[in-house]
Design a protein. Structure first.
Length: 119
């Protein structure tokens, strides 16, 4: 009986380990480097993990990181009114190709796809 429980436990552990890596794609961060646009926004990703976002002449700088399919942008000194706050945005990457990236904002319950085009 003990041997059967041990075998079942090991089998369950193996199944958990196999599925633990599923569902989260790893994307090549080198493909992010460069200029991207979506609608009225322009984004630039540098290889030193810094970047900028520009809309209507207003530019915000950020640092970025990529972990699996999560692209996190941490904006530097985003000004709102008189106070300074740090803003985070986490995009979940659905697709990343040489000239096209499809993401959705992790905070968006509808998971609306945003399409980026590389310039």
């Amino acid at each position: 009986m003990k041997k059967e429980i041990t075998r079942l436990s090991l089998l369950l552990l193996a199944v958990i380990l196999v599925f633990a890596g599923c569902g989260k794609d790893d994307f090549d961060e080198d493909m992010l480097i460069g200029s991207w646009s979506t609608g009225t926004w322009s984004y630039v990703f540098h290889d030193d993990y810094t970047g900028s976002r520009t809309q209507q002449g207003r530019t915000q700088t950020f640092t970025w990181s990529l972990s699996g399919d999560e692209l996190e942008l941490k904006f530097d000194k985003y000004e709102q009114g008189q106070s300074e706050i740090v803003t985070f945005t986490v995009f979940i990457i659905e697709e990343l190709k040489e000239t096209k990236m499809e993401v959705y904002d992790q905070a968006d319950p509808d998971k609306t796809i945003i399409v980026f085009t590389k310039k």
